[in-house]
Design a protein around this ligand. Structure first.
Ligand code: CP3
Length: 313
């Protein structure tokens, strides 16, 4: 069991430690990032800590010009518009570009030594990071990124290849520093048809998972609204596929296929309700997970900011 709080800042201790200013500055402070990473472990006794970082950290670090606006998400001052923009995505050198991330991982790993608590490192999957770079910020329609992949497949291929290399380098550095599991966030892949996903997104995703799998740590591939993509995600090489609340977990297991564990899938929206509603939802998830091994209990997405932190205890 663990919880992602990305979309949610429900913990008072998080808000107190975090202060104001850009989240990218907080992430660049290893002691602070380590402290924030450990807060949910202390409060809830969850089985895993998820590193306090963000999916846009690598592209920010190579100078693409990304910031994270509070209440909005990642925004790009000069979005990706032409093949010339590929030059703005040089390879990531973790030791010099993101030393603060590996320092934070080391601090957390040291704190967790001797316990059974896993440390989840993560990166954004090529499609989801590309969506921010091309759209310039959060999008409802993903019109620009879809236009690019269909109209300029070669440029698209180069873009996601570069992002895959960056994600792989970022994840390998986190594993070498002590992360025991990695999760690849393809949060917005659910906007794609299975054919689009298979042709334009799955190959670069597999490359990231392969590169990390070689290090022998379990890998989780996560997305939202991916009901129709679960079978393809099950072929990615990830050991675990994340599932949101739209597909019941027994059906999700069937779609993902044998040999792959599932993670999910309580609706974060249910967690705003009275405790009995939350408990009933959690019992349903567990019943549908069945007695087979290979289930990580999770919300279908992050804890919503307005959630009463006590309800998850
Ligand atoms: O506990 C955890 O979730 C670990 C930390 C974490 C953050 N971002 C910190 C964060 C993780 C795993 C992420 C990943 C991330 N970032 C994803 C994939 C996960 C998902 O939600 O699907 C995505 C899409 C992003 C991009 C991003 N960063 C968004 C959409 C937002 C929300 C903007 C808002 O304010 O509503 C952020 C900001 C962000 N990243 C916050 C946190 C704790 C909140 C803002 C802050 O504290 O300044």
């Amino acid at each position: 069991v663990w919880f992602m709080r990305q979309a949610g800042r429900s913990l008072p201790e998080y808000r107190a430690a975090r202060g104001t200013g850009s989240i990218l500055d907080a992430i660049a402070d290893p002691e602070l990032a380590a402290e924030i990473t450990l807060q949910p472990v202390r409060r809830y006794g969850v089985d895993a800590a998820v590193l306090f970082s963000d999916i846009v950290v690598p592209v920010h670090a190579v100078g693409f010009g990304v910031d994270v606006e509070q209440g909005r998400g990642p925004v790009v001052a000069a979005p990706f518009r032409s093949p010339d923009d590929l030059r703005r995505l040089r390879p990531l050198e973790p030791a010099t570009d993101v030393p603060y991330v590996t320092d934070a991982v080391r601090l957390v790993a040291r704190e967790l030594e001797g316990s059974d608590v896993a440390l989840i490192g993560f990166a954004g999957a090529p499609f989801t990071v590309a969506s921010y770079l091309v759209e310039g910020g959060p999008s409802r329609t993903f019109a620009k990124v879809k236009t690019l992949m269909h109209a300029e497949p070669l440029v698209w291929g180069d873009l996601v290849d570069r992002l895959a290399e960056m994600a792989a380098a970022f994840l390998r550095a986190q594993v070498r520093a002590g992360a025991s599991v990695v999760q690849l966030f393809d949060s917005w892949a659910g906007c794609l048809s299975p054919a689009e996903y298979e042709r334009f997104v799955l190959p670069s995703t597999c490359r990231v998972l392969d590169a990390v799998g070689e290090l022998g740590v379990p890998t989780i591939l996560f997305g939202v609204g991916t009901g129709e993509l679960l079978a393809l995600m099950g072929t990615s090489g990830a050991q675990v596929v994340g599932v949101d609340w739209r597909v019941p977990l027994d059906e999700a297991r069937r779609r993902v296929g044998p040999g792959c564990a599932v993670q999910g899938n309580l609706d974060p929206g249910l967690c705003l309700g009275p405790f009995e509603v939350v408990a009933e939802g959690a019992r349903d998830v567990l019943a549908r997970a069945g007695s087979e091994p290979g289930h990580i209990f999770n919300l279908g997405h992050g804890v919503l900011p307005e959630t009463d932190p006590g309800i998850l205890s």
